[in-house]
Design a protein around this ligand. Structure first.
Ligand SMILES: [Zn+2]
Length: 192
């Protein structure tokens, strides 16, 4: 039986999990249009504005798949996000003013852990295969959000300001600085 650390009564937890699972069944993959296609259309439209633009693209299905502790769906939805990032990078290469591209998450979901050997845990998915054919397994500790730190990667103007470990609001500060040059900096919590 999967561990459930979702706050609430057992009945509430069961109902939440049921909703997550029914949501997953409704979503047909690959999504149409794909996240990459929607990103391309959004950039094509917004980049017409001579004042510049801000675009937030969310790979929201990754979270749903992790709530359902379904590593197969998480992997396919992360790959879909990766394609969307490639679209943004292709735009950045030919843009007159190089944009700041930030890829990050607002939280982790599921306590997802990758292992190179099977643990035999009931909450384990796999095996999956890396591009070099190395097998790996995925284990879960919860069906809810966690306080795990998340990675942030960036390219373009002021991307170097995101190096290190920061409060999550620092991402906002960097974006604000990029959009509005008068913005002031808040201190870095822990620079590596
Ligand atoms: Zn969530």
């Amino acid at each position: 039986m999967r561990r459930m650390l979702v706050a609430g009564t057992q009945m509430q937890c069961r109902n939440r999990l049921r909703r997550f699972m029914s949501h997953q069944k409704r979503m047909v993959r690959p999504h149409t249009p794909s996240l990459a296609q929607m990103t391309r259309t959004a950039i094509d439209t917004l980049s017409q504005d001579p004042d510049g633009f801000f675009l937030m693209v969310e790979g929201g299905q990754i979270d749903w798949a992790a709530h359902a502790n379904d590593a197969t769906l998480v992997i396919s939805d992360v790959l879909a996000l990766d394609e969307a990032v490639s679209v943004a990078q292709a735009y950045a290469q030919q843009a007159a003013v190089a944009p700041l591209i930030i890829v990050t998450a607002d939280h982790e979901t599921g306590g997802m852990e990758l292992r190179l050997t099977p643990s035999g845990a009931l909450t384990e998915d796999g095996p999956f295969t890396m591009p070099d054919a190395t097998p790996f397994w995925v284990t879960w500790t919860t069906t809810s959000h966690t306080a795990q730190e998340v990675p942030v990667t960036a390219q373009g103007n002021l991307a170097d300001r995101l190096v290190g470990t920061h409060e999550n609001t620092h991402v906002f500060d960097v974006m604000r600085r990029t959009l509005f040059t008068y913005a002031t900096w808040l201190p870095v919590i822990c620079a590596e």
